[in-house]
Design a binder for this molecule. Structure first.
Ligand code: IMP
Ligand code: MG
Length: 174
Protein backbone atom coordinates (compact mmCIF):
# COMPACT_ATOMS: atom_id res chain seq x y z
CA UNK A 1 0.00 0.00 0.00
CA UNK A 2 1.45 3.40 -0.91
CA UNK A 3 0.73 6.64 0.91
CA UNK A 4 1.01 10.38 0.46
CA UNK A 5 1.19 13.22 2.98
CA UNK A 6 -1.16 16.24 2.88
CA UNK A 7 -0.13 19.33 4.87
CA UNK A 8 -2.40 19.96 7.85
CA UNK A 9 -0.35 22.51 9.83
CA UNK A 10 2.50 24.42 8.19
CA UNK A 11 5.93 24.87 9.74
CA UNK A 12 5.09 28.55 10.40
CA UNK A 13 1.83 27.68 12.17
CA UNK A 14 3.53 25.07 14.35
CA UNK A 15 6.44 27.39 15.23
CA UNK A 16 4.11 30.25 16.17
CA UNK A 17 2.05 27.99 18.40
CA UNK A 18 5.15 26.58 20.15
CA UNK A 19 6.32 30.16 20.80
CA UNK A 20 2.96 30.92 22.44
CA UNK A 21 3.18 27.77 24.58
CA UNK A 22 6.75 28.67 25.59
CA UNK A 23 5.60 32.16 26.64
CA UNK A 24 2.73 30.73 28.67
CA UNK A 25 4.98 28.16 30.39
CA UNK A 26 7.57 30.88 31.15
CA UNK A 27 4.82 32.91 32.83
CA UNK A 28 3.34 29.98 34.77
CA UNK A 29 6.70 28.70 36.10
CA UNK A 30 8.18 32.04 37.27
CA UNK A 31 10.67 31.45 40.11
CA UNK A 32 10.78 27.70 39.41
CA UNK A 33 12.80 25.22 37.40
CA UNK A 34 10.74 23.22 34.95
CA UNK A 35 11.79 19.59 34.51
CA UNK A 36 10.81 18.55 30.99
CA UNK A 37 10.15 14.84 30.52
CA UNK A 38 10.20 13.90 26.86
CA UNK A 39 8.29 10.87 25.71
CA UNK A 40 10.47 9.43 22.94
CA UNK A 41 10.65 9.27 20.08
CA UNK A 42 7.73 11.40 18.93
CA UNK A 43 8.09 14.14 21.55
CA UNK A 44 11.71 14.98 20.83
CA UNK A 45 11.30 17.60 18.07
CA UNK A 46 8.57 19.38 20.00
CA UNK A 47 10.52 19.29 23.26
CA UNK A 48 13.65 20.82 21.73
CA UNK A 49 11.70 23.62 20.08
CA UNK A 50 9.66 24.24 23.22
CA UNK A 51 12.70 24.21 25.54
CA UNK A 52 14.42 26.91 23.45
CA UNK A 53 11.44 29.20 24.04
CA UNK A 54 11.12 28.73 27.81
CA UNK A 55 12.86 31.51 29.72
CA UNK A 56 12.90 29.99 33.23
CA UNK A 57 15.58 27.37 34.12
CA UNK A 58 14.97 24.05 32.35
CA UNK A 59 16.23 20.53 33.05
CA UNK A 60 15.39 17.57 30.86
CA UNK A 61 15.03 13.82 30.93
CA UNK A 62 13.83 11.26 28.43
CA UNK A 63 11.76 8.13 28.52
CA UNK A 64 10.33 5.82 25.96
CA UNK A 65 6.95 4.15 26.13
CA UNK A 66 5.13 2.46 23.36
CA UNK A 67 1.55 1.51 22.75
CA UNK A 68 1.79 1.18 18.99
CA UNK A 69 3.41 -1.30 16.67
CA UNK A 70 3.68 -0.37 13.03
CA UNK A 71 -0.10 -0.19 12.76
CA UNK A 72 -2.22 2.95 13.16
CA UNK A 73 -4.44 1.57 15.95
CA UNK A 74 -3.66 1.71 19.69
CA UNK A 75 -2.95 -1.73 21.14
CA UNK A 76 -3.94 -0.52 24.62
CA UNK A 77 -0.76 -1.98 26.05
CA UNK A 78 1.81 0.50 27.37
CA UNK A 79 5.36 -0.76 27.48
CA UNK A 80 8.19 1.20 29.20
CA UNK A 81 11.04 0.79 26.77
CA UNK A 82 13.40 3.22 28.52
CA UNK A 83 12.87 4.74 31.96
CA UNK A 84 14.07 8.18 33.16
CA UNK A 85 17.68 8.64 34.33
CA UNK A 86 16.87 11.05 37.20
CA UNK A 87 14.48 10.84 40.16
CA UNK A 88 11.44 13.17 40.05
CA UNK A 89 11.19 13.88 43.77
CA UNK A 90 10.25 17.54 44.43
CA UNK A 91 10.62 18.53 40.77
CA UNK A 92 8.12 20.55 38.73
CA UNK A 93 7.59 17.95 36.06
CA UNK A 94 6.18 18.84 32.67
CA UNK A 95 5.61 15.81 30.44
CA UNK A 96 6.07 16.68 26.78
CA UNK A 97 4.19 14.53 24.28
CA UNK A 98 3.70 14.66 20.55
CA UNK A 99 0.03 13.65 20.51
CA UNK A 100 -2.74 12.43 22.78
CA UNK A 101 -5.00 10.01 21.05
CA UNK A 102 -6.83 7.41 23.17
CA UNK A 103 -5.06 8.85 26.24
CA UNK A 104 -3.99 5.38 27.40
CA UNK A 105 -0.24 6.06 27.26
CA UNK A 106 -0.49 9.30 29.18
CA UNK A 107 -2.91 8.17 31.85
CA UNK A 108 -0.55 5.28 32.55
CA UNK A 109 2.56 7.49 32.57
CA UNK A 110 1.05 10.22 34.75
CA UNK A 111 0.07 7.65 37.35
CA UNK A 112 3.48 5.96 37.23
CA UNK A 113 5.50 9.19 37.38
CA UNK A 114 3.14 10.76 39.92
CA UNK A 115 4.07 7.97 42.35
CA UNK A 116 7.68 9.27 42.34
CA UNK A 117 6.67 12.29 44.46
CA UNK A 118 7.25 15.21 42.11
CA UNK A 119 6.31 18.66 43.50
CA UNK A 120 3.93 18.94 40.59
CA UNK A 121 3.17 17.07 37.37
CA UNK A 122 1.67 18.64 34.25
CA UNK A 123 1.19 17.67 30.67
CA UNK A 124 2.03 19.52 27.47
CA UNK A 125 1.12 18.05 24.10
CA UNK A 126 1.66 19.43 20.62
CA UNK A 127 -1.45 17.75 19.24
CA UNK A 128 -4.66 16.46 20.73
CA UNK A 129 -7.38 14.30 19.17
CA UNK A 130 -10.13 14.75 21.79
CA UNK A 131 -12.67 12.70 19.81
CA UNK A 132 -10.56 9.59 20.25
CA UNK A 133 -10.23 9.68 24.02
CA UNK A 134 -11.12 6.48 25.89
CA UNK A 135 -9.65 7.51 29.26
CA UNK A 136 -9.64 10.78 31.19
CA UNK A 137 -6.42 12.81 30.85
CA UNK A 138 -5.96 16.40 32.05
CA UNK A 139 -4.08 18.30 29.34
CA UNK A 140 -2.49 21.46 30.80
CA UNK A 141 -0.97 22.79 27.58
CA UNK A 142 -2.07 21.82 24.10
CA UNK A 143 -0.79 23.08 20.77
CA UNK A 144 -3.64 22.13 18.46
CA UNK A 145 -6.83 20.08 18.57
CA UNK A 146 -6.93 18.06 15.39
CA UNK A 147 -9.57 15.84 13.77
CA UNK A 148 -9.45 12.06 13.92
CA UNK A 149 -6.90 11.52 11.16
CA UNK A 150 -3.52 9.82 11.24
CA UNK A 151 -0.80 12.51 11.22
CA UNK A 152 2.96 12.53 10.75
CA UNK A 153 5.83 15.00 10.95
CA UNK A 154 7.43 17.01 13.74
CA UNK A 155 8.44 13.75 15.44
CA UNK A 156 5.36 11.71 14.56
CA UNK A 157 5.83 8.68 12.39
CA UNK A 158 4.02 6.23 10.22
CA UNK A 159 5.98 2.98 10.38
CA UNK A 160 9.05 4.99 11.58
CA UNK A 161 8.92 7.27 8.53
CA UNK A 162 8.25 11.04 8.21
CA UNK A 163 9.41 12.07 11.72
CA UNK A 164 11.73 14.64 10.16
CA UNK A 165 9.03 16.58 8.28
CA UNK A 166 9.10 20.18 9.63
CA UNK A 167 5.26 20.39 9.40
CA UNK A 168 2.29 18.22 10.40
CA UNK A 169 0.69 16.24 7.61
CA UNK A 170 -2.13 13.73 7.22
CA UNK A 171 -1.24 10.34 5.79
CA UNK A 172 -3.50 9.39 2.93
CA UNK A 173 -3.44 5.81 1.75
CA UNK A 174 -4.09 5.12 -1.90
P1 IMP B 1 -2.59 6.98 23.01
O1 IMP B 1 -2.08 6.11 24.10
O2 IMP B 1 -3.67 6.31 22.20
O3 IMP B 1 -3.01 8.37 23.47
O4 IMP B 1 -1.43 7.10 21.96
C1 IMP B 1 -0.41 7.95 22.08
C2 IMP B 1 0.70 7.61 21.12
O5 IMP B 1 0.24 7.01 19.92
C3 IMP B 1 1.36 8.89 20.68
O6 IMP B 1 2.36 9.28 21.58
C4 IMP B 1 1.89 8.51 19.32
O7 IMP B 1 3.15 7.91 19.45
C5 IMP B 1 0.89 7.51 18.79
N1 IMP B 1 -0.09 8.15 17.89
C6 IMP B 1 -1.38 8.44 18.15
N2 IMP B 1 -1.99 9.05 17.11
C7 IMP B 1 -1.03 9.17 16.15
C8 IMP B 1 -1.03 9.76 14.84
O8 IMP B 1 -2.01 10.31 14.32
N3 IMP B 1 0.16 9.70 14.18
C9 IMP B 1 1.29 9.13 14.70
N4 IMP B 1 1.32 8.58 15.93
C10 IMP B 1 0.17 8.60 16.66
MG1 MG C 1 4.24 9.60 21.59
Amino acid sequence: MSERVRVLLTEEEVDARIQALGDQITKDYQGKTVHLVCVLKGGVFFMCELAKRIKVPVTMDFMSASSYGSDTKSSGVVKIVKDLDEPLKDKNVLIVEDIIDSGRTLSYLIKMLGDREPADIKLCTLLDKPERRVTDVKVDYSGFNIPDEFVVGYGLDYDQKYRNLPYIGVVEFE
